[in-house]
Design a protein around this ligand. Structure first.
Ligand SMILES: Nc1nc2c(c(=O)[nH]1)N[C@H]1C(S)=C(S)[C@@H](COP(=O)(O)O)O[C@H]1N2
Ligand SMILES: [Mo]
Length: 214
């Protein structure tokens, strides 16, 4: 059978399992999407910062970041440009674990999170989503370090964990590639694509792609 029919058959399987959100199609590839150039990584100058509504600001070097507790995450990812990729494996650092271990000490006023990436790129999410099981600060994809195109050395990732209908599932743009820090905020603020007209919440099941009359 040719590739087209193979893909359609797999897509039907995921649809029957309730894993294909409305308006999405399965891809086996991993498309690359971002605004601007791919930054260079220098482990000597790279740092990860945490600031805003925290008891203590944090700055970790690349070496220090390597020593943080690590988490694996298996999920489906859904891009607003209508491709979905199933059964992806990620490894990295869970923000909830950092909070539970006291490595990040949140103030009670922390309600939203801005991911800050290279070149001033930003993405906003509610704190609840960033602390959930389906959000990770990822260094590895399918057992390999991220490629430069996909955010090496660190990116946010968010998606759907099959069998966890309790979790909010935003489109994949809600994870910043080339991530350099997290700002905890008392109020919400739109990130880069949100200012450009993408939906603030971006729920894949509600098909919240663009803000406005859609
Ligand atoms: N730093 C940065 N991260 C970004 C973006 C960007 O423009 N810059 N685009 C987002 C968008 S719109 C998408 S769809 C995903 C794409 O991730 P991928 O290239 O790994 O598929 O990255 C997100 N993260
Ligand atoms: Mo996107």
């Amino acid at each position: 059978m040719n590739r087209f029919f193979e893909r359609k058959e797999a897509e039907e399987k995921y649809e029957q399992e309730g894993r294909l959100p409305p308006g999405q199609a399965l891809t086996k590839k991993f498309p690359v999407l971002h605004y601007g150039p791919v930054p260079r990584f220098d482990p000597a100058t790279w740092d990860f910062r945490v600031w805003g509504e925290v008891e203590e600001e944090v700055r970790w070097t690349w070496d220090e970041f390597q020593r943080l507790p690590r988490t694996r995450l298996h999920m489906d990812i859904h891009c607003v440009t209508r491709w979905s990729k199933f059964d992806t494996d990620w490894e990295g650092v869970s923000v909830r674990t950092l909070v539970e271990e006291g490595l990040i000490r949140l103030k009670p006023t922390a309600k939203y999170v801005m991911q800050h990436a290279e070149y001033g790129f930003t993405v906003n999410l509610p704190l609840e989503v960033v602390l959930a099981d389906n959000f990770l600060l990822a260094t590895h994809f399918n057992g390999e370090p991220l490629t430069p195109d996909h955010g090496y050395p660190l990116r946010g990732v968010v998606g759907n964990i099959p069998g966890r209908p309790d979790l909010k599932v935003p489109y994949f743009w809600k994870g910043a590639k080339w991530l350099r820090g997290l700002e905890f905020m008392p109020q919400d603020k739109p990130g880069f694509w949100e200012q450009a007209g993408y939906h603030n919440e971006a729920d894949v099941w509600k098909e919240q792609r663009l803000r406005g009359m859609f």
